[in-house]
Design a protein around this ligand. Structure first.
Ligand SMILES: C[S@@+](CC[C@H](N)C(=O)[O-])C[C@H]1O[C@@H](n2cnc3c(N)ncnc32)[C@H](O)[C@@H]1O
Length: 184
């Protein structure tokens, strides 16, 4: 069973159901066991491919603006289980894992020229990291792109939403844990 570690998955399902990716890519930063990516892949339409970005490797890093660094349970065994669970999607060319950090992904020439229609931000939860990701993806956003941010109360979401207004994004809906922004 593919599990998640958060809440508001019902909202993620609502915001992805029938959402037209117009032949562009979708992405999830921070895949873990894969529930977020599974919901996206099962519900969007016309998706070129769904890209998961996650280094796994049980890294020690600072998770929040005001905490120290620590490890969680994001092991390579978890990655291998997720890859096995996602075999049907991988075999159909609907999912690919970029087994690397967000920073490496964003600096990788292979991804710089991609366009994304849907992004779930659920990796690092420090404001500076989420802003960096949001601006990178905003510069590669298709018309009507949707951004979903998980755990928005853990970082400065209002600042991030304000930055994204300069890229044409507006906040559409706020859940307790996830929120949806859409490019106008
Ligand atoms: C909160 S979990 C993701 C939960 C998942 N989206 C779900 O819905 O179940 C956070 C994930 O972010 C990954 N992560 C940590 N640092 C990262 C980074 N710099 N770039 C991308 N992913 C990272 C961790 O390995 C972990 O799997």
């Amino acid at each position: 069973m593919i599990r998640g570690d958060s809440t508001d998955y019902d909202l993620l399902e609502k915001w992805t159901k029938g959402f037209d990716c117009q032949g562009y890519k979708s992405c999830e930063i921070g895949v873990r066991e894969g529930l977020g990516s599974k919901i996206i892949m099962d519900n969007v339409i016309n998706n070129y491919i769904h890209v998961g970005v996650d280094p796994y490797g049980n890294l020690e890093y600072q998770h929040y603006d005001h905490t120290g660094a620590y490890t969680c349970d994001y092991t390579d065994d978890m990655r291998d289980t997720m890859l096995n669970d996602f075999k049907p999607y991988r075999n159909q060319g609907r999912f690919t894992l970029c087994n690397m950090t967000d920073t490496k992904f964003m600096n990788d020439t292979e991804h710089r020229h991609s366009t994304f229609a849907f992004v779930h931000f659920d990796g690092p939860h420090m404001t500076k990291d989420v802003i960096t990701e949001a601006v990178w993806f905003a510069n590669r956003a298709a018309p009507h792109t949707r951004f979903v941010f998980d755990d928005h109360s853990k970082y400065e979401m209002s600042t991030i939403a304000h930055v994204l207004t300069f890229y044409g994004f507006r906040t559409k809906e706020m859940g307790d844990n996830k929120c949806l922004l859409e490019k106008q």
